[in-house]
Structures are given as structure tokens and as C-alpha cells.
Design a protein around this ligand. Sequence first.
Ligand code: NAD
Length: 269
Amino acid sequence: MSGRLEGKITIITGGTSGIGAATAEVFATEGAKVIIAGRSEAKGADLAKQLGANVIYQHADVTREEDIKALVDLAVKKFGRLDCMFNNAGGPDRGTIDTVTMEDFDYSMRLLLGSVVLGIKYAAAVMKPQGSGCIINNSSIAAHRTGQGGYLYSAAKAGVVHLTKVAGTQLGPFNIRVNSIAPGAIATPIFWGGSQKANTLSAEDNQRKMDKLMRSLANATPLPRAGLDKDIAHAALFLASDEGSFINCHDLVVDGGRTSLFYEKPPQK
Ligand code: NAD
């Protein structure tokens, strides 16, 4: 099957790396017009060029409300509508139980939960009068299990899952579906500090880190391989397509079965 998103106007935040970049490729291949948003101008422009005429890049830092508004404004100005908003951008949190400061809290919540709050706000403003739309938020298995991400990261992602449900109930009557995807152990640069850190390393160093990560993640799921960015892109495609049209308020776990594993209590100091 192809053309599953034919003519749909989509925005993907954090679209220059990992899951966001893979989703841009899959969405464009399926006929969507895609605005990828990110902070690395050169990388974004290169990727858009590589993915073809259906993909354009726009600078957006998701911690800035004006950037998210401008992103949605661009979709409307250029294409007249917005069919799918993928609130995907994210990165490592800051602070631990012992060291956390209110600055760490503000930073982490703004990046991981605030960006989703704003993405929903501005997407809904366009989708409500349109009478249709699909919003997908990137959560995490860290929302469901402990030990799968940082302290504040896990709390913020749990917030994303519940925010998704509340927004889906409020926007459902406008024919807007709000769902999240909870990836588990997907091999991307987030495991070595996020894409900004990856941008400072050579291609060889990034590849070495990726190869090592793929081996360790393959040992961490019941399935005999690491999760790939494309695995999440395909889940997003399903939710954004007409085949997902009765799915709302759902958190779709895509983790190769990782959350079903039994974890021993970590060793105590
Ligand atoms: P990644 O580092 O490859 O991609 C994250 C993207 O978000 C990058 O393009 C980064 O530049 C962007 N980003 C970060 N902060 C931003 C900001 N302030 N403004 C705009 N863009 C910003 O990592 P990924 O694994 O592809 O992560 C994508 C999403 O998936 C994140 O929300 C992450 O929390 C979530 N996730 C990933 C995994 C995993 O195993 N990789 C698991 C669970 C959840």
C-alpha cells in the first residue's frame, strides 16, 4: 500500500534526527507534505533537500512558544491547513533526586512536557475550525516503568501520556484525535546525549556509538534486535493514516516487548 498520507499536511518537531527524521522520510514517501522543525539550520536544510520536494525545514526551538506558533502559522500560510502534528522533539533531562534544582525542573518540564502542551495548543487552534486533525505525542516507556529514563524525564513523559488522554477527550468532539507513542529502547543519538551532542562528533564516532548501542539494545528486549527509528515512524504512519481513524487517547507502546520483562531490584548502595 502506498499514498497512505496523500496530500496530508504534517509537522514533525525534532525532525532532523532519529525518530523525527525517519518519520519525515516515511510520511513524505506516503504522500504527505512535511514541515520538519529543528534547531540545526544546516542539517535541517540538507535533510529536507535529501527527502525531496514534499519536505521543508523550519527553525523551531520547542521550548519557545513563538517558535511553535510560527511553525503552525507556516503550515497554514503555505498549505492552508494542518492534518497531523507530531510533537516529537525531546532530549535528556537535567538533575537527579540528589542534585535537582528548580532550574533543572523548569528546563526538563519545558522541553519534555511544555513543548507538547504548546504543540497541542497551536495545532488545535487550526484543527478545530477545520473539523479534523491528528496529534501524536512522543512519550516513552519511561512513563510506564521505572529505570527506563532519567528522574524528571520519566515524570514528564508520564505527564505526556495523561495529557494525551485529557486532550483527546476534549478535542475528540471536533474530530481531532490525540494519541501518543511510547518508544522503548530505539537506537538514536538520544542515548549519547541527543542530536546536539552528536553534531559535535565525527561521523565515524557517531557510527561507533550507534554500533555499540545496537548490540546492547538487542540484549535488552525479548526480540533479538534493537528498536529502530523506522519502527516508531511506522507506528506514527498508522496513527496518522485513515486506518487509525478510530484511535484516540491511546498510548501505543512500541518496545519489542521490553516493558513485559521482569526487572530485578537494582543493587542497593
Ligand atoms: P534524537 O536525539 O535523535 O532526536 C531528538 C530530536 O529533538 C533532535 O532533532 C533534537 O535536536 C530535537 N530537540 C531536542 N531539544 C529540542 C528543542 N528544544 N527544540 C527543538 N528540537 C529539539 O532522539 P530520538 O530518540 O529520536 O528522540 C525523539 C523523541 O523520542 C524524544 O521525545 C524522546 O524523548 C522520545 N523517545 C525516544 C526513545 C528512544 O529509545 N530513542 C525512547 C522513548 C522516547
